[in-house]
Design a protein around this ligand. Structure first.
Ligand code: CP
Length: 312
């Protein structure tokens, strides 16, 4: 694969460090990786001899499994660090943990942590490429890349697309990375949710539109993305109860009538079915939810390939 851009050895903390051209290159590389994933034998020797380490301090199904699958399909070796069974539980610091793993010959780290900035910390200690698998409320760049890839694959471009992102904006790292990436690719993004779940200055910081009304936010939308109500990050009193949230913001057949008739429906998962999205929508033909998951493997393969200097 021709690569005139400089990805080798880079980290990905968020998409603000990546230009529109670089993001497009990752999406194009993801197309090639998706083709590999559709073969009967889904493995190429591109990263043979490289070792990837997943450091997940928070729960994950999609991000963890798809990074591991991505590394495996490129023939890299994978080691999975488990914070509960490691010496971290005996009091070893993150710094000494990274020094220890580095001594074993790790080439790349993927970290998920509740602490914003933890990927930068790992890079400080290791100097190896570090990919952010989600750091607190801050960023989740590979989720944003797979979301953008899913739209790009269906529509051919994000330029001028009207995208509505609905839900718990305050606690979402997915929305922040998507706002950065989608704007770079020319999309017009509206974010929508209750005022208590909407941080201030979002328009100024991200160049998006803010709405508190679902009908208004969905008007003429080409893409509608629901966000998970992050019950584990909630503090009391942000909204009366889940039923009240659902009454005003759920994605249903009824509410999606406000969007374009062929609007793509997305959700990063995991979903609270019946809270932010009804099964009639999540499981419908218009839903890209499982295609997003499948695309996540391809996008993460592309990133590992580019950052570790893969060969074909
Ligand atoms: N979307 C996402 O990050 O899912 P996981 O928490 O399962 O990785």
């Amino acid at each position: 694969m021709e690569n005139n851009l400089n990805f080798l050895g880079r980290c990905m903390y968020d998409l603000d460090d990546y230009s529109a051209e670089e993001i497009m290159h990752i999406l194009e590389a993801s197309k090639i990786m998706k083709e590999i994933n559709q073969r009967e034998y889904k493995k190429v020797p591109a990263l043979k001899g490289k070792t990837v380490c997943t450091l997940f301090f928070e729960n994950s199904t999609r991000t963890l499994m798809s990074f591991e699958l991505a590394a495996s399909r490129l023939s890299a070796d994978i080691v999975s660090f488990n914070s509960e069974t490691s010496s971290l539980a005996k009091g070893e610091s993150l710094q000494d943990t990274v020094y220890t793993l580095d001594a074993m010959g790790i080439d790349c780290y993927i970290i998920r942590h509740s602490y914003p900035g933890s990927p930068q910390l790992v890079h400080k200690y290791s100097k190896k490429p570090v990919l952010n698998g989600g750091d607190g409320r801050h960023a989740h760049p590979t989720q944003a890349l797979l979301d953008m890839f899913s739209i790009y694959e269906k529509r051919g471009s994000l330029d001028g697309m009207k995208i509505a992102i609905v839900g718990d904006i305050a606690h979402s790292r997915v929305v922040r990375s998507n706002l950065i990436g989608m704007k770079k690719l020319g999309a017009e993004v509206t974010i929508c949710g209750p005022r208590t779940l909407m941080p201030g200055s979002m328009e100024e910081v991200y160049g998006c539109r803010v709405s508190y009304n679902l009908q208004d936010a969905l008007k003429d939308a080409d893409v509608v993305m629901g966000l998970r109500m992050q019950l584990e990050r909630q503090t009391d009193g942000l909204f009366p109860n889940l039923e009240e949230y659902t009454k005003h913001y759920v994605l249903s057949k009824e509410t999606l009538k406000y969007a374009k008739h062929d609007a793509l429906i997305m959700h990063p998962g995991p979903m609270n079915r019946g809270v932010e999205i009804l099964p009639e929508i999540a499981d419908s033909d218009r839903s890209l939810v499982l295609q997003q998951v499948a695309n996540g493997v391809a996008v993460r393969m592309a990133l590992l390939y580019l950052m570790l200097g893969g060969r074909v």
